[in-house]
Design a protein around this ligand. Structure first.
Ligand SMILES: Cc1ncc(COP(=O)(O)O)c(C=O)c1O
Length: 453
């Protein structure tokens, strides 16, 4: 029988998170206070996050212990399987062996649960009773509602308007996991920032940048804490469980991936899979390639610039040094809501700058076509975000002749069973290709604060 699946046991759940900070080719530039342009300190983040997460955010330690309570909850769905895509390989007539790590087996349906659980845990340990957050397509909000339910924490979620309308069952799921959850469509009239946007455009589709701004305004006003599902170092650190498991899984079949691929919204599932492999690449000087895949609706890696920019559109966060297309930019309303973000994690920016990571982008029709092929071959409906990784895996596999031996590993970051409206549009032929307009990006980039450094 062919080996379809590589699984690990409960005791193989990693005991430590990996932090890439000490292994980067140059240190990340510190986040800045937008007014003074000086580096912020832990005290600036204290109103937003519990102290342990702030410590992780600024940590230069290579490893951080995973609390036993968190490992215990992880054990309900981790270690996650790696599948070999035999049928897809055959369809593509490629010599590539294609593997994917499937994070869609988590209760909320994506990798976001990997950071939601420790974030809820550390908030609970520091006595926090309410968290406010944003969510794009709803995957992060769902993961956090699942995680907060373990610790009796109330949750308030600002969900990007266009996703709130097209993925209504995400709200249902959030309220089912944690009955103490409220979900608002963003922009909303609940915040000053949201009301101003709605005044000018009552049908505004929203964006992750806007939803983050609303959630922070609300969290600060409410003396609750705020939580973010991507971009920040501590989030990427938590996601390293994906790559640590994958290394053990690939070693168990004596295979080292030649190409590692994942999609990028803010960079957390990409970092989760790839950073532990980048550590190994640096150690063993291997020539593994790492490919980060974005949506052409928010092409920050392929068409953006490395600048100091806000993490949100309300300009409430510190300035982060990252690839950006401007925090005011509102990406076209594609179905991959989790990729509609203007910036990326600062560590990923450093790796792109040093050509350790390559970047590509895909438009909406290409990723749905790739997803269709994948579904027929593999029987799993991917989230539109994850379909970006599939599209690039297929592109790479097609370049590998049948008599060549190469291994591709990609991250299937989540399932798409609550994204069926997008699939309906695809099947009926009404799906459009909404790429970012250069003139809109230029306008947004003009508003970026200039920082001398
Ligand atoms: C399934 C899925 N994959 C990927 C992403 C992108 O986020 P990140 O880059 O943080 O992994 C999201 C974001 O919501 C998502 O829901």
């Amino acid at each position: 029988m062919k080996n379809e699946k590589i699984i690990l046991q409960q005791e193989d759940i990693p005991k430590r998170y990996y932090n890439i900070a000490p292994d980067l080719p140059e240190p990340m530039s510190p986040p800045l206070n937008p007014e003074t342009k000086l580096a912020i300190g832990p005290e600036d983040l204290a109103p937003l996050f519990p102290m342990e997460l702030i410590r992780q955010e600024v940590s230069n330690n290579r490893y951080i212990d995973i609390p036993e309570t968190v490992r215990q909850i992880y054990s309900r769905f981790r270690p996650t399987p790696i599948y070999r895509a035999h049928r897809l390989e055959k369809l593509l007539k490629t010599g590539a062996k294609i593997f994917y790590k499937y994070e869609g087996v988590s209760p909320s349906g994506s990798h976001k649960t990997n950071t939601a659980i420790p974030q809820a845990y550390y908030n609970h340990k520091e006595g926090i009773e309410k968290i406010v957050t944003e969510t794009g397509a709803g995957q992060w909000g769902t993961a956090l509602s699942y995680a907060t339910s373990f610790f009796d924490i109330a949750l308030e979620v600002f969900m990007v308007g266009i996703s709130y309308r097209t993925k209504p069952h995400r709200k249902t799921m959030m309220q089912l996991f944690n009955s103490n959850t409220v979900v608002h469509s963003s922009p909303s009239n609940l915040t000053k920032f949201g009301s101003e946007i709605l005044k000018n455009n009552p049908d505004h589709p929203g964006s992750l940048g806007i939803a983050i701004g609303e959630a922070i305004e609300r969290a600060v006003g409410d003396r609750a804490k705020y939580a973010l599902g991507s971009v920040l170092n501590h989030v990427l650190i938590h996601q390293s469980v994906i790559g640590e498991e994958a290394i053990v899984q690939m070693n168990s079949i004596d295979t080292n991936p030649d190409i590692i691929i994942a999609c990028v919204g803010g960079g957390s599932n990409f970092a989760g899979l790839s950073y532990p492999f980048i550590r190994e690449k640096i150690k063993h000087n291997s020539d593994t390639r790492f490919i980060a895949v974005e949506s052409s609706a928010a092409p920050k890696m392929t068409r953006g610039e490395i600048v100091y920019d806000f993490g949100d559109s309300a300009k409430m966060t510190p300035l982060l040094k990252m690839h950006s297309i401007g925090s005011n930019f509102v990406p076209p309303p594609v179905h991959a809501g989790g990729l509609r973000y203007h910036g990326i994690a600062p560590s990923l920016s450093v790796l792109l700058k040093h050509n350790i990571v390559e970047a590509v982008s895909f438009n909406q029709l290409d990723i749905f076509n790739a997803a269709q092929l994948f579904i027929r071959a593999e029987g799993i409906v991917p989230a539109p975000e994850s379909a970006h990784a599939i599209a690039q895996a297929i592109t790479e596999a097609k370049k590998i002749p049948i008599d060549e031996d190469k291994t591709i590993l990609f991250n299937l970051s989540g399932h798409g069973y609550l994204d069926l409206l997008g699939y309906d549009e695809f099947l009926s032929g009404s799906l459009t290709n909404d790429a970012a307009k250069q003139s809109n990006m230029n306008r947004s980039m003009k508003q970026i604060i200039k920082v001398q450094n």
